[in-house]
Design a protein around this ligand. Structure first.
Ligand SMILES: Cc1ncc(COP(=O)(O)O)c(C=O)c1O
Length: 449
């Protein structure tokens, strides 16, 4: 399949889009290096997206994880239509916000109360501010490679942008040197952010020993999907829970991505570790823009008008995503929902690894629940973010281009390890289609085509 050739609708759109959208995109990551342009689509349906020439692709981007029910789900459509019938009202409270809040409190272990935001970025920003107000302390700890959105306090050391060798010999608590992930971030912000290596309880213990009285919060991805899929070692999260409790530090699980991948109780239920606060985003509202931060009542009651932490916004709790969330949470709770997702996961992850091994391609698929990472240049399990800097990006880009040519879409992440996934609308037959495309792509790569 030849896609995006010169003169094709994709090429023409890319030319005109660049005149009015920097790089031809609305979000930097949508420039697809493997294709040499953004991946433009006309529509999505269930497990598939269709490009501007009507070609069908099995979608393994799934809106960066937002469409857990698949595209154009009839229940989500009906919810949106219901919100339209109510007059598209926003900036009002309605019964629907309380119903969704109550459903989340029922499902997610740490949640007594929630507040709604439009994006995961806002959710992590507000939970960090709330933790600061609650503790009266200013600093936070984040971990090397963990991604928490695009505000200045969290845009450090992630996405393959922490160069090997950035660890300062003898630096504070053996911490990696700060690497800002964007221009325009004031260097002084780094004074408020300690970046520690992930999955290293000793590093946290040392940092607490040195700075414990200054630290408001520890924020982390409980499953490190933004580096592909790195699962924390046994007891690490329990250890973090104990240490944060001992030092009076707010433990924030950023579940914007991990929420509802492994079960209705999110990663915190999967690991049986209850944080103080968590953020939830992406698939909570079936592909419509909603994120959530929530947690212990005692902390959440520090938000205005009860306390002194500000959280406001014109679109907070907008009726369209709120009504969609109500439906989405109901679907997630249906019997068999996760049996299906785990059956798909097993078929896909084992199948890809078997193909890589059979053809001697140095690549690995690592997944947990409905999201996974692909590592190129690796044959052993990837356990630490730092290892991912060895990714063979050229091989990754060849693989993703070959898969797109065979009707399977992955976000290429510039070749760096990132997360991929599927929805409940995918079937075992779709997974077999992905495996056939994998087999053909790997053979073509090995044959130098
Ligand atoms: C763990 C995590 N936190 C926060 C965010 C930011 O969410 P948003 O893109 O909705 O701002 C993301 C987005 O990918 C994420 O994966």
């Amino acid at each position: 399949m030849s896609i995006g050739a010169v003169g094709s609708p994709h090429d023409t759109l890319y030319q005109s889009a660049q005149a009015v959208l920097p790089g031809g995109v609305s979000s930097s990551i949508r420039y697809n290096k493997a294709l040499g342009r953004p991946f433009y689509i006309g529509r999505g349906e269930g497990a598939y997206v269709y490009d501007l020439e009507g070609r069908e692709y099995v979608d393994l981007l799934t809106s960066h994880g937002a469409t857990i029910l698949g595209h154009n789900h009839p229940g989500i459509r009906a919810a949106i239509e219901e919100a339209l019938r109510c007059g598209i009202v926003c900036s009002f409270e309605t019964p629907a916000q309380s119903r969704v809040a109550a459903a989340l409190a029922e499902m997610v272990p740490c949640v007594d109360m929630v507040r709604f935001t439009c994006s995961g970025t806002e959710a992590t920003m507000h939970s960090i501010r709330l933790a600061r107000e609650y503790t009266g302390r200013d600093k936070i700890i984040k971990f090397d490679g963990h991604f928490h959105g695009l505000h200045d306090y969290v845009m450090w050391n992630y996405g393959g942008w922490s160069p090997a060798g950035a660890v300062e010999a003898g630096g504070p608590a053996g911490a990696p040197r700060h690497v800002a992930r964007s221009g325009g971030i004031p260097a002084g912000i780094a004074d408020y952010v300690l970046v520690l290596p992930g999955n290293d309880l000793e590093a946290v213990r040392r940092a607490f020993w040195l700075h414990g009285h200054e630290i408001a919060a520890v924020i982390l991805e409980p499953i490190h999907y933004n580096a592909g899929c790195i699962v924390p070692p046994k007891d690490y999260l329990h250890g973090l829970r104990e240490l944060t409790r001992e030092y009076g530090v707010v433990l924030i699980f950023d579940e914007v991505l991990s929420a509802f991948r492994t079960g209705p109780g999110c990663a915190q239920a999967y690991f049986n570790v209850v944080p103080d606060l968590c953020t939830i985003g992406k698939c909570v509202a079936g592909g419509t823009p909603l994120s959530v931060f929530g947690g212990r009542r005692e902390i959440m009651e520090h938000l205005r008008p009860l306390g002194n932490a500000e959280h406001s916004g014109t679109y907070n709790g907008h009726l369209i995503p709120i009504m969609a969330a109500e439906v989405c949470l109901r679907e997630i709770n249906k019997p068999g929902f996760y049996d299906h997702l785990y059956a798909l996961a097993g078929r896909l992850y084992d199948g890809m690894n078997a193909i890589f091994q059979r053809h001697g391609l140095p690549a690995r698929c690592q997944g947990l629940g409905a999201r996974f990472g692909l590592y190129f240049g690796f044959t052993e399990e990837v356990r630490m973010y730092r290892e991912t800097e060895r990714q063979d990006t050229a091989l990754a880009l060849r693989f993703f281009k070959g898969m797109a040519e065979r009707g399977v879409y992955f976000c290429d992440g510039g070749g760096k390890p990132m997360h991929h996934g599927f929805s409940a609308a995918h079937t075992l037959a779709d997974m077999d289609r992905v495996l056939q495309a994998t087999e053909d792509t790997v053979k073509a790569i090995q044959a130098g085509r």
